[in-house]
Design a protein around this ligand. Sequence first.
Ligand code: HEC
Length: 131
Amino acid sequence: MYRFILIAQLVALIFILACQTSPFNQGKIMYGNFCANCHMDDGSGLRGRIPPLANSDYLKKHRNELACIIRYGKKGEIEVNGKKYEEAMPGVPQLTYFEIANIINYMNQAWGNKSPFVKVQEVQRALEKCK
Ligand code: HEC
C-alpha cells in the first residue's frame, strides 16, 4: 500500500512538472518554426512590413482572434502601435488546438508581454467562430 502511494505521488509530481514546463517550451519551439521568420525571435517584427508582437496593442485588444489569425492568417490593413501594416500573413492550418494554445501562451508571456493564460477549450471555441 505504502509503495502504491509513493508511486502515485511520483506520477502526480511528474504530471505537474510536465504541465508547468512543456507547454511553454513547445510554444516557443512552434513560434520559432512558424512565426519567427517574419515576426523575429524577439517579436519585434520588420519595420514597415511585419507588425511587432512584443508590446503590441493589437495583440492585447484582439485576444479572442489570435487563434483564428494563427490558423487562417490575416490580410487587409491593420494598425499596430500607431503604425499601419497591409501585407498578408499566411495561416498555419495544420496546427492543433493544443499547439495553437501553446503558441498563444508563449506570445502572451514572452518579450515583456503579460496577457493572461488561455485554455485549449477557449482556443477551440474561438476557432469554431471563424471556420
Ligand atoms: C510570412 C510572414 C508571417 C508569418 C510566418 C507569420 N506572420 Fe503574423 N503577421 C504577418 C503580417 C504581414 C501581419 C499583418 C497582417 C495584416 O496587415 O492584416 C501579421 C499579423 C499578425 C498579428 C496581429 C498583429 C500584431 O502584431 O499583433 C499577430 C498576433 C500575428 N501576426 C501572429 C503570428 C503568429 C503567432 C505566427 C506564427 C504562427 C505568425 N504571425 C506568422 C506576417 C507573418
